[in-house]
Design a protein around this ligand. Sequence first.
Ligand SMILES: CC(C)(COP(=O)(O)OP(=O)(O)OC[C@H]1O[C@@H](n2cnc3c(N)ncnc32)[C@H](O)[C@@H]1OP(=O)(O)O)[C@@H](O)C(=O)NCCC(=O)NCCS
Length: 180
Amino acid sequence: MSGHVTISALDIADARAIAAMNVRNRADIERVSPPQPADAYSEAAQVARISSILRECAQGLRAHWTILVDEALAGDISLHRIYRGPVQSANVGYMVDAPFRGRGVATAALRLVAARSFTHLRLHRLDAEAMPSNVASLRVLEKAGFTRVGVMRGYLFVRASWEDHIHYELVGPDFVPPST
Ligand SMILES: CC(C)(COP(=O)(O)OP(=O)(O)OC[C@H]1O[C@@H](n2cnc3c(N)ncnc32)[C@H](O)[C@@H]1OP(=O)(O)O)[C@@H](O)C(=O)NCCC(=O)NCCS
C-alpha cells in the first residue's frame, strides 16, 4: 500500500470534487449501479444528493465518508440502511477513483469503516453485495474479513436488468442492544 488512507465525514464542500470524480468514473459506476437521471453527474445534482445524504446522516439513518490518500480525495464509502433496535446493522458501499485503484485503498477504507461501525457506531453487523463480475469488489470484501453468505437472485436493477449479487456479511462483537 503506497500512501496513507484515511476517511473523513462527508461535507457539502466536497460536492465539486465528488462531481468531478464521479464524471471520471462514470462508466464504472454505471456498470454496478441502478440507472441515474441524465443530469446526475452535474455539480448541482451532487449538491442536492449530498444535502440529502447529510440529512439522513443527521437522523442516524446512514453514515458517509470521503476516502483520502495522503489528504487527496480518492473515493467515498458509506453505510446506508442503518437499522437499530435488536438488529443493529448497516449495508456498506464504496467507490475508489480509478487512478488510486489496485493499491489497497478500498480495503483499507473498508477496514476503517468496519472498525468504526463496531465501536463508535455500536453496530453488530455489516452487509455488502457485489455482482459476480465485480471481481475487485469481491476481493476487497474478502480481504477486509467479510464472509460470503450466498447468491441474492436478481437483487438489484442495474442498467437494464435485475442482476444477481453475492451477499457478504461481517459480524461484530456481541453486546446487549439498547431497548426500544
Ligand atoms: C471495487 C473497487 C472499490 C476496488 O478498489 P481498489 O482500491 O482498487 O481495491 P483494493 O486495491 O483494496 O483491492 C482490489 C483487489 O482486487 C483485485 N482485482 C482487481 N481487479 C481484478 C480482476 N479483474 N481480477 C482479479 N482480481 C482483481 C486486486 O488485485 C486486489 O486484490 P489483491 O490485493 O489481492 O491483489 C474499485 O474497483 C471501484 O471503485 N470500482 C467501481 C465501483 C464499484 O465497483 N464499487 C463497488 C460496488 S459493490
